[in-house]
Design a protein around this ligand. Structure first.
Ligand SMILES: [Zn+2]
Length: 201
């Protein structure tokens, strides 16, 4: 009797001990992998933001080196790696001072995942792109005519021109240039001390 109970307790302890680790580890890891990392050119000029996953690949490939770490450690297979907060490219990359590629990803980045009509902030998968002047009314797919939009505002607006509704844009949509990305880098950098010295000069 005593024996069985003891074995049961032991099993329970093992179970409760093992369970949270199995559940938490992948979640924490995938969150860590998405942490934004500041990318510097070889000249220390900030040029981009990427996810930690991409930053680690660049470092492992020998294309970049970590300049700052975020204090977290990532264990994969048999190696442990410190997660970078800032990386620097080893070879200087010429950045043309022109507009970035027009893409869904870049429009959501420009609009900071914020519905440009009601201001709600959503994950990329919960946002859609809205043609300010609907395509059916001659609107084109350009930086100035595409904005991040939640599904409910998108349905509400339908095929109307803005003037035919009571909806308003939060701000006028502009092309996404290096200037825009600098602005976004600074906004994110405000909460990360390790980014500051590269951004506020
Ligand atoms: Zn909305």
């Amino acid at each position: 009797m005593h024996d069985t109970r003891d074995r049961g307790k032991h099993k329970a302890r093992q179970y409760s001990h093992g369970e949270p680790v199995r559940q938490d580890a992948p979640t924490r890891k995938s969150l860590l992998m998405q942490t934004p990392v500041l990318v510097l050119n070889a000249s220390y000029e900030p040029i981009n933001i990427c996810a930690a996953r991409r930053a680690i690949v660049l470092v492992l490939k020998g294309l970049a080196m970590p300049e700052e770490e975020n204090g977290h450690c990532l264990h994969a297979a048999r190696i442990a790696m410190r997660v970078p907060s800032v990386i620097r490219l080893l070879e200087y990359r010429r950045i043309p001072h022109q507009t970035r590629a027009l893409s869904r990803k870049n429009i959501l980045l420009r609009d900071r995942n914020t519905c440009q009509y009601c201001g709600v902030v959503l994950s990329s998968s919960d946002l859609t792109l809205d043609h300010v002047v609907p395509r059916s009314r001659g609107g084109s797919s350009t930086w100035e005519n595409l904005v991040a939009c939640c599904h409910s505002c998108n349905r509400r607006k339908g095929n109307h021109l803005l003037g035919e509704t009571d909806m308003k844009l939060l701000k006028e949509p502009r092309p996404f240039t290096l200037h825009t990305s600098r602005h976004i880098m600074r906004m994110i950098g405000r909460s990360d001390n390790k980014w500051r010295k590269y951004l506020f000069y």
